[in-house]
Ligand binder design. Sequence first.
Ligand code: GLC
Length: 537
Amino acid sequence: MADGFAWWQSGVIYQVYPRSFQDSNGDGVGDLPGILARLDHLQTLGVDALWVSPIYPSPMADFGYDVSDYTGIHPLFGTMENFDRLLAELHRRGMKLILDFVPNHSSDRHPWFQASRSSRDDPKRDWYIWRDPAPDGGPPNNWLSEFGGGAWEWDAATGQYYYHAYLKEQPDLNWRHPGLREAMLDALRVWLDRGVDGFRVDAIHHLIKDAQFRDNPPNPGWREGMSPVRRLIRLHTVDQPEVHDAIAAMRRVADGYGPDRLLIGEAYLPIDQLMAYYGADLTGFQLPFNFHLLSTPWEAKALAALIRTYEAALPPGGWPNWVLGNHDRSRVASRLGAGQARVAAMLLLTLRGTPTLYQGDEIGMTDVAIPPDRVQDPWEKNIPGLGLGRDPVRTPIPWDGGPLGGFTTGEPWLPLGPDHGRVNVAAQAADPFSMLALHRALLALRRAEPALSIGRYEPVSAEDNVLVYERHHGSDRFRVLLNLSAVERMVDAVPDAAHIRLSTHLDRGGEPVSGALRLRPDEGVVIGFDDKGKGGE
Ligand code: GLC
């Protein structure tokens, strides 16, 4: 801890999507020994913690988010010994490991569900959500699945429907049942006992559903082309008040292992609703994921307003966090283009709050078009053509310019991007102006200057599509100027007695600043003030 801040406040989290990180045995799917073999990359990059998407036994209907054993390792990813080695090696390097916890649903192959569906009298029947048919024999209500179609699956053998917020192979667990709840908390304990540093908790806003099973109301804002699940407002299926008791129970378990264990919650919610996930008196998640950079228009005034609104909404003592990408959303370099992706990296890594970086974004990977016969994601298979599929953002990391990018010696489970001859780790490591070089420089600057991680955030301006803010810590002051446009901008009234510490173009470090500053197209700069003592807290 620096200055009384926890590691997860000053640190940077890096998301590993293990299937696509590094394959070590030629089966075309990444694995734990593969992650171990690539830790030098992550350490040189300068990240503090890895969040690894699910590595548990799973039939892979949703690529690991359908868990059939919460405390095991899928053989595809390796063994428990591989896991322990990875954890030990991360700790030896001063890095942390965060696992993915998927509490909302299990796989339909989980022994609990097998028991639950075996008979209405089974002791585990109510570990899942079973309902009688509606009077007409149809589903109990109008609830829809995130991945298309209805959310109720008929079970002829026992004459009831079960609820699944996602695939029918992902039956929802019943967190109102004390036995289920304790069994899930025990799974957390197993991993905490092994030494993991925390969890990213999946789909948490879905965890509790309306006890009365009321119909969801229609959404007047739904339009053709939008995901079919949005036809309804998810009034009774997400963000139910009782979810906070369950989160607090998870937090008590984590806190039982010391104050350094971290819980991050995944909930795509408006800012005001999201704040409740810090919990009453901060008894919930330390970091409820803030996904709002993914959806806010990339324009200075809109971003300034987002940052202001989010900062103002935080509960007392609540720590901010920011996300630019993950395994579910279009990559930042595709959303914004290569030039603005560099500016976005500077924003992410100089805002107040914990940043999460998605694997591959550090080399500017883009969404990869997937030929129809290579589609893997069930979402795309169920609802093709709307751009909902997530395969394009899950393609393997190209480590070098070889035909298989050094990712595998076999057939990769998803194709590599057509640009991997250029967009790869080795090529960018050798190029002092690359996206990778920029990420390394940003992370190094952030580590060297605590103002950039834990310092106060001070908005300055958002004119002409240039976003300007400052970070203050003690007598240290930095100003960040981000040109969000592809044209040159002059920024006036930049105080004298400052030096450029970093440009997204990586070519003007150390230049003195005086009065006005010319920002090139797609350029962001961090300037450091020489006048120590004037901006102090
Ligand atoms: C989360 C995961 C996503 C998964 C879903 C169901 O949103 O990030 O990948 O499909 O939950 O578990």
